[in-house]
Ligand binder design. Structure first.
Ligand code: NDP
Ligand code: 2IT
Length: 442
């Protein structure tokens, strides 16, 4: 198998989907040498099959806004792979959503979910709906309209969506209510639900906490610790806030947060209560932090965040938020660790810069898998009709993140590239799915 021909095929078959090409190429680049040593995978054309979604659903979502005007959005669900379990993955609500973006996310999800050690296939969905500035009533009507079509394609043993950018507990609640009404059935069809109706403790915190559990393993590998470390975190959503919380618990100093307009720098360490009040309670902009916390400053332009000096950088906003030049800047300022809370936040050029400069790099599909892993634990609790305590879920999450790290590290070693966690995560995630696909036939 040869990378160039494989990618030409992918590009010809999936035109105008640059993010999908990027995600597939990163995986294919690291997997092809491995596949060439395992002819059974090549013969069964596993990589070619994994890059083709099992099913893509696209649909109209029409709803009425507060002014009585009819709004039309496009909804999607990409059911990428069900070899090892029901389809599983989040729903993104953001104006940048299109088919290629969701296919990249669904593709990543297949490997990530496999790495969690839990039985979950890969999927992603969402809409180009822009929640910014919408009233609570508008959000509810959009979510109901979205679920009025999506319900036909999902189910607790078929496909279990969850949150992602723009979709949090509020949106999941409205979607769950609509699903229950249409199906006349109370079932664990979504994860990230409210705690009063089947949600799991720790799911809100899981992606951010899991990221820090993963970084903790990276530090231990290098005989290092969080002691005295300065951390730059981008984003100010679900992942960023709980990454900040756990980093602070570990004793590190987090000095930034951002949104798509700009970033805040707080040399004294982020006051998390203020940030949570602005983002979770008031649903405001991160700029307001600088008005409330003396000594902190707000700078327009979110990408400038990568000029802030740090030991550990945790991109937790969105795809391609660090390019090659920004990665150079991080290196110049002494960064030692980069771990991804977001999905594909580093461009291929940025990853090259990390690897060439000895920055220890934790790729998203391993480092941010704690969110979906805890979704898997939520599914498990729903099936049992039982809830674990906070401590029980947290302990399982810690175990899973340690295992993901160990499995990715071990696979990198076996591939002769010890410590390249990108190679290790891709191979470790691939093997389980590939073997299941072979066992299940063509
Ligand atoms: P949220 O919607 O809670 O927060 C997203 C944050 O990222 C906001 O601060 C937002 O700012 C910022 N952001 C979004 N788009 C852009 C952009 N184009 N440029 C700059 N900033 C941007 O989402 P999450 O925290 O849930 O998700 C963040 C990332 O983590 C995503 O990549 C997601 O796929 C990934 N992830 C999420 C998981 C989860 O469980 N939630 C699990 C694993 C990964 P603004 O308000 O200006 O848009
Ligand atoms: O990217 C991701 O892993 C998520 N948005 C979480 C998906 C999930 O099903 O919990």
């Amino acid at each position: 198998m040869e990378l160039k021909t494989f990618m030409e095929g992918i590009k010809a078959k999936n035109p105008n989907e640059p993010e999908f090409h990027q995600a597939v190429e990163e995986v294919a680049m690291t997997l092809i040498p491995f596949i060439n040593e395992h002819p059974e995978y090549e013969k069964a054309k596993i990589l070619e099959r994994i890059a083709e979604p099992e099913r893509v659903v696209m649909f109209r979502v029409s709803w009425v806004d507060d002014n009585g005007e009819v709004q039309i959005n496009r909804g999607y669900r990409i059911q990428m792979n069900s070899a090892i379990g029901p389809y599983k993955g989040g729903l993104r609500l953001h104006p940048s959503v299109n088919l290629g973006v969701l296919k990249f996310l669904a593709f990543e999800q297949v490997f990530k979910n496999s790495l969690t050690t839990l039985p979950m296939g890969g999927a992603k969905g969402g809409s180009d709906f822009n929640p910014a500035g919408r009233s609570d009533g508008e959000i509810m009507r959009f979510c109901q309209a979205f679920m009025t079509e999506l319900y036909r394609h999902i189910g607790p043993n078929l496909d279990v969506p969850a949150g992602d950018i723009g979709t949090g507990a509020r949106e999941i609640g409205y979607m769950f209510g609509q699903y229950k009404k249409i199906r006349n059935e109370f079932t664990g069809v979504l994860t990230g639900k409210g705690l009063t109706f089947g949600g799991s403790l720790i799911r809100t915190e899981a992606t951010g906490y899991g990221l820090l559990y993963f970084v903790n393993e990276m530090l231990k590998e290098k005989g290092d610790s969080f002691e005295g470390k300065t951390v730059v975190i981008s984003g100010s959503g679900n992942v960023a806030l709980y990454a900040t919380e756990k980093a602070q618990e570990y004793g590190a100093k987090v000095v930034t947060l951002s949104d798509s307009n700009g970033y805040i720098y707080d040399p004294n360490g982020i006051d998390l209560a203020v940030a949570k009040q602005i983002k979770e309670v008031e649903r405001g902009r991160i700029k307001e932090y600088a008005d409330r916390v003396p000594g902190s400053v707000y700078t327009e332009g979110c990408r400038n965040i990568w000029s802030v000096k740090c030991d550990i950088a945790l991109p937790c906003a969105t795809q391609n938020e660090i390019n090659g030049e920004e990665a150079e800047l991080l290196v110049k300022n002494g960064v030692k660790y980069v771990a991804e809370g977001a999905n594909m936040p580093s461009t291929p050029e940025a990853i090259d810069v990390y690897l060439k400069n000895g920055v220890y790099y934790g790729p998203g599909k391993a480092a941010n898998a704690g969110g979906v892993a805890t979704s898997g634990l939520e599914m498990c609790q729903n099936s049992m009709r039982y809830n674990w305590t906070r401590e029980e879920v947290d302990e399982k999450l810690q175990r899973i993140m340690k295992d993901i790290y160990a499995n990715a590290y071990e696979a990198s070693k076996k591939a002769g590239q010890e410590g390249n966690l990108m190679v290790g995560a891709n191979i470790a995630g691939f093997i389980k799915v590939a073997d299941a696909m072979i066992a299940q036939g063509v």
